[in-house]
Structures are given as structure tokens and as C-alpha cells.
Write a protein that binds this ligand. Structure first.
Ligand SMILES: [Zn+2]
Length: 225
């Protein structure tokens, strides 16, 4: 059952799942694919099974900064199913992988007939909001070393892999820092034996070391979920 890969779908009652099933479709997404831009009307809801999706804010300079990361523990676009809203930020695929797509109409009608499903979606949107707030605090108060570690830990949890395919440009963009600072931090972590970095690929070699070096935001967001 492909939907089992998403923890929200896996937690649904048999009745709720049966109501959603006809509207669910498995899809595969490639890295850098954009699901929607800020201002777009959201056309579907995405429950990642192995893909990892970044919710990012784009500035007029073209610079983008990540506000939240959604993977197998979440859903992207659920608020649109509830109130037909316009996207307030961009959603882009951070790590290639699978997701279950659900039509807005299908999710809305199922949620309107089930209080537990509606509550689950509302609670998830609140968690997403909290994650974005945490990202703001993290950016203002925590050092880039600790932020990169936090970010790698969450990516690892969501992709369930110790090997992550990221270029330094991509990491710099997600963390909102310059590429040279990412190079310096990646080098320091490699010297400490925490990661191994080759072109476009990060391998986590010392998980406990990475956890020690990460800022508190990793645990905070994990607890919220
Ligand atoms: Zn932090």
C-alpha cells in the first residue's frame, strides 16, 4: 500500500481512508520541481511518501529562504483543500521521491464528513506554522553550523537515508547564507568526522556527532510533530 509511506495517511481510520482512496494517486517528483509558486492557486494536495518538499519564501532579489520542510510526516496544500486559498509561498521538491496526490475536492469532501480528519488537517497546518516560526527564530539566533546540522537531521529523518543528494548552492539557498559559508561549514563538519562531502552528495558518518552539533530547533520541531 503506497499510502502507508505517509504517516498522516497511515494514521487515518479505515473509514476516512476509504473516503480518500478514490482521490489518491501515486506520483514521483524530481529534485527542484516546483509544485506551486506564491500567488498560484493550489491545484492539489500532496502527501509525501519518500519525497521531501521545501516551503520557501522568495524575495524580489531572487533570493529564497526555506520556512519549512515537509515529508512523510506531513502534507502540502491541505489548507487549500479546506478553504480554497491561494499559495502564500513556493513549494519545491528538495529530495526526489514519491508522494500521494489528492484532489482538493476529494480531500475537502472527506474532511467535511469526518471531524477527526478535519482536526488532523488543522493540527498539521498549525504545526507547519510553528515550524515556520521556529525557522525565523533559528535564522536570527543560531549559528550557520548548528543550522546546517539541524537541517541535515530533518532531511535524514524525512528521507530515511544517511546519504543526501544536495549541492552546496542548494544548501546555501535553503539556509539563506552565501555559498562560501556553506563550504566552510561543510569542511569543518567533514574534519570533525561528522559528514563526508563529495560533489553534490552528503553522507552522514557520525549521527550522534551531528545531533550534538545541531541547534535545539531540530528537537523542537520533531516534538511538535
Ligand atoms: Zn535553530
Amino acid at each position: 500500500m503506497p499510502h502507508k509511506g505517509n504517516l498522516l495517511l497511515a494514521s487515518l481510520s479505515p473509514g476516512d481512508l476509504a473516503a480518500l482512496q478514490p482521490h489518491l494517486q501515486p506520483v514521483h517528483f524530481e529534485q527542484d520541481q516546483v509544485l506551486f509558486e506564491a500567488g498560484d492557486s493550489i491545484e492539489a494536495t500532496y502527501f509525501p511518501t519518500s519525497a521531501v518538499i521545501s516551503i520557501v519564501v522568495t524575495l524580489s532579489s531572487g533570493q529564497v529562504v526555506e520556512a519549512a520542510m515537509v515529508g512523510r510526516d506531513g502534507v502540502v496544500g491541505a489548507s487549500a483543500a479546506l478553504d480554497g486559498s491561494i499559495a502564500l509561498s513556493r513549494a519545491v521538491i528538495q529530495l526526489s521521491g514519491g508522494a500521494m496526490v489528492c484532489s482538493l475536492v476529494g480531500l475537502r469532501s472527506a474532511a467535511m464528513q469526518s471531524q477527526p480528519l478535519l482536526s488532523l488537517l488543522i493540527r498539521h497546518e498549525q504545526t507547519l506554522y510553528a515550524q515556520a516560526q521556529q525557522s525565523t527564530a533559528c535564522m536570527a539566533a543560531h549559528h550557520v553550523d548548528a543550522r546546517l546540522c539541524r537541517w541535515l537531521l530533518r532531511s535524514r529523518d524525512l528521507s530515511q537515508s544517511d546519504t543526501l543528494l544536495f549541492t552546496q548552492e542548494f544548501l546555501a539557498e535553503m539556509l539563506g547564507v552565501s555559498r562560501p559559508s556553506v563550504t566552510v561549514v561543510a569542511h569543518t563538519l567533514q574534519q570533525a568526522g561528522i559528514i563526508k562531502y563529495t560533489r553534490g552528495k552528503i553522507h552522514i558518518t557520525n549521527l550522534a556527532g551531528l545531533q550534538d552539533a545541531a541547534c535545539e530547533c531540530y528537537e523542537t520541531v520533531k516534538l511538535q510533530y
